[in-house]
Design a binder for this molecule. Structure first.
Ligand code: SER
Length: 315
């Protein structure tokens, strides 16, 4: 039986992915872990433990005691927070991954999942429909750590046969958990403001196009990638993944169709510069070719879904 360890389960992606893993593999097959005790209440449906991934010995003990066979390593510091504390971001993002890869090798784990990001691309990458192998010159510490991490994943696969799989997520948009410390977070925050009937002040310019994805698509892509036969996984760095592409003004107008009184103003901050180095849309033909990926949600389907479910969720 597979036994899955989720590291960083309390974050935006972990909150929804852990639930989906339990639904797929059963409650006894999943152990949710996080650095922060306060997220414990999210996991009344499976085992939850405190774990700091920088503590390799504690992670090794947990893997041994619980007979872990797969790890989903989601703990990371995102782009905007990373720029405020670059050395800490590097340490969390790199040392965390290297600990997981080393333990995967040592304990001969079956599979590892690790998220990469559109942040691996940079100002000299093509902006539109950015291909899998486009030139990459990331300018954020987050992007640098993700690009280095991709190479480490490939290295551990080639050198030690570690079955590590990865996706370059676009900005993820869900309503069950807040985003934290990223540049694409505005696309989550805006929905919370809209349903609370508050004004929204956006930290990016109105016409800043970025690749985005609804959380249900992100979770489905992850599950699909992880069950694909190993021989189908031709890319061991990380797969480009595409959902939709929109600007703050476009998502605002889409929300306004449902909430006509909603208003927005723009006060771009340091995150605008980060956004301008990233692609506006992504080509994910390799994911489609290798393991049959296709996103289900466009901007209007996602907006209707969130505006229907979010009010029930926060009440
Ligand atoms: N959502 C991330 C961020 O904004 C990008 O992967 O940092």
């Amino acid at each position: 039986m597979e036994k899955i360890l989720v590291i960083g389960a309390g974050g935006q992606l972990g909150t929804e992915l852990t639930r989906a893993l339990v639904n797929t593999y059963g409650t006894n097959a999943v152990i949710a872990t996080d650095l922060q005790e306060q997220v414990k209440s999210k996991f009344d449906y499976c085992t939850f433990k405190i774990l700091n991934i920088l503590n390799k010995e504690a992670t090794a003990s947990l893997i041994k005691e619980e007979k872990i066979t797969q790890v989903y390593h989601l703990a990371a510091m995102l782009s905007a927070n990373g720029e405020k504390n670059p050395i800490l971001a590097w340490d969390i993002n790199m040392s965390g991954l290297l600990n997981v890869l080393e333990l995967a090798r040592e304990f001969k784990l079956n599979k590892i999942f690790w998220p990469s990001s559109i942040a691996v691309f940079g100002p000299d990458s093509p902006k539109k429909n950015t291909p899998q192998n486009a030139f990459k010159n990331p300018t954020t510490v987050y992007g640098i750590s993700k690009l280095a991490g991709e190479h480490w994943c490939e290295y551990y696969f080639n050198k030690y046969g570690v079955d590590v799989r990865s996706l370059r997520y676009p900005g993820l948009i869900g309503y069950k958990s807040m985003a934290g410390g990223g540049t694409t977070d505005y696309a989550v925050d805006i929905f919370f403001k809209a349903v609370k009937e508050e004004k929204y002040t956006c930290f990016l310019k109105a016409d800043t196009y970025l690749p985005m994805m609804f959380m249900d698509d992100a979770v489905n892509a992850t599950l699909k990638l992880m069950v694909a036969p190993s021989t189908n996984i031709k890319i061991r760095s990380s797969y480009n993944l595409s959902g939709m592409s929109f600007s703050p003004q476009e998502i605002f107008e889409c929300i306004k169709l449902h909430i006509p009184n909603f208003t927005i103003k723009y006060e771009p901050d340091f995150r605008q510069k980060i956004a301008e180095t990233w692609p506006s849309s992504i080509n994910d033909a390799c994911a489609e070719r290798d393991w049959g990926w296709k996103a289900q949600f466009d901007i209007s389907k996602m907006t209707s879904e969130i505006l229907t479910k979010l009010p029930l969720y926060i009440n």
